[in-house]
Design a protein around this ligand. Sequence first.
Ligand code: GLC
Length: 463
Amino acid sequence: MGDRSLTEEAWAAFEKSIIEYQGQPVGTIAACDPDIVALNYDQCFVRDFFPSALLFLIKNRPEIVQNFLEVTLKLQPKTGQLDCLKPSRGLMPASFKIACQHGQEYLKADFGDHAIGRVAPADSGLWWILLLRAYVISSGDTDLVRREDFQEGIRLILELCLVTRFDMYPMVLVPDGASMIDRRMGLYGHPLDIQSLFYGALRASMELLIPIPQNQTIIQAVRKRLTPLLNHLREHYWIDPERLNVIYRFRVEEYGEEVLNQFNIYSDSIPFYRLAKWIPEAAGYLAGNLGPSQLDCRFFAIGNLMAILASLADEGQSHKILNLIELRWNDLISHMPMKLCYPALEDSDWKTVTGADPKNRPWSYHNGGSWPFLLWMLTAAAKKMDRGELAHHALAIAERRLSHDQWPEYYDGPDGRLIGKEARKYQTWTIAGYLLAKEFVHDPSHLRLITFDSVPSVPISAQ
Ligand code: GLC
């Protein structure tokens, strides 16, 4: 199929996913697969809508993004801090749908209270803040974000993340399954995917919060958190051959403030020989999770790509992450960009860590499956670092299959050759991710919607 007709086909499928509320477009549903029971795929997910929203902004259709931001803001609970039966104050829903009662349309949100496993989304609010920033940059409309309800919305999301809990680190503490990976996968504590988004959202908030008296405390708190968070992630999550050598020879059972092995990581818990073979000399990446006696050495795509986009990884680290993708192409990309996490948990690890979850059996779905929606993040990260050839190569691979396979949600197998066992077809973020990747390649100036410089940018209040 020609380049043009492929794009046209994708656009036609994408338009079908738009949903309306009271006559106005407000979002896109997760999938339009006519052959499978919808379950909750007929809902608009906040994280899934993100690439759709960037596309709408790029195509000069900001109204739908504005409508989405407004309706989701209304769904965010503003009270009820101590009631465990209600979603927490400040939480943004994972998804919402349009329901009808007595002929009246209303919005029904899912904060995890209906979701499989009852997982509450920690990422929704962070994506929401990043989207609000993209909307302001693209449309130039600063009136919306200056509104008191929007300032309050940002504040409440941040309060939920910044509150001190049973934790002594600058990272945000979350339960397992609290993000895109919404099933048990050993991601309780401080998973990278959330930390990268958290960093991006803090950077965005510094641009979006205006210096009104109600914001003073939260602005101070964000300012205080940014540098320790950045240093902590860059130092303690980073793995490359040099760092591997340091960790290999770590002393253990050290007590006190100045120790090197702060997390008391035991050498035997880390697959050194496999990693020493796998990580090329010029490559590196941020580890998947970190906690007491735990350094999860799996590679997670969202966290690493977001770290490049948000300048959480420094310039050298960003190139090393892309080097890893380039030099370990067969493992991380192979027949479909790209692996959500690598490698898969197998055998007894799969049993104990996932709870023997058949959907997440080795090399399927979240556990080592390949997700085409990641194409937009990969393309954006590659273009940001001037590594266009990576973006082109990945796009060319995806183009060979996506339309033929009817835009699946994910692929299975160590090489991403099989269409996901339970994958939905016509998955909206697969389609939007592809179209968005094309836009970034065509005109890299759109990257400003999602990237951050290494030095903080000007707040809207100073514009
Ligand atoms: C699955 C994914 C989740 C996504 C949803 C809708 O539950 O794990 O990340 O948002 O499907 O596509």
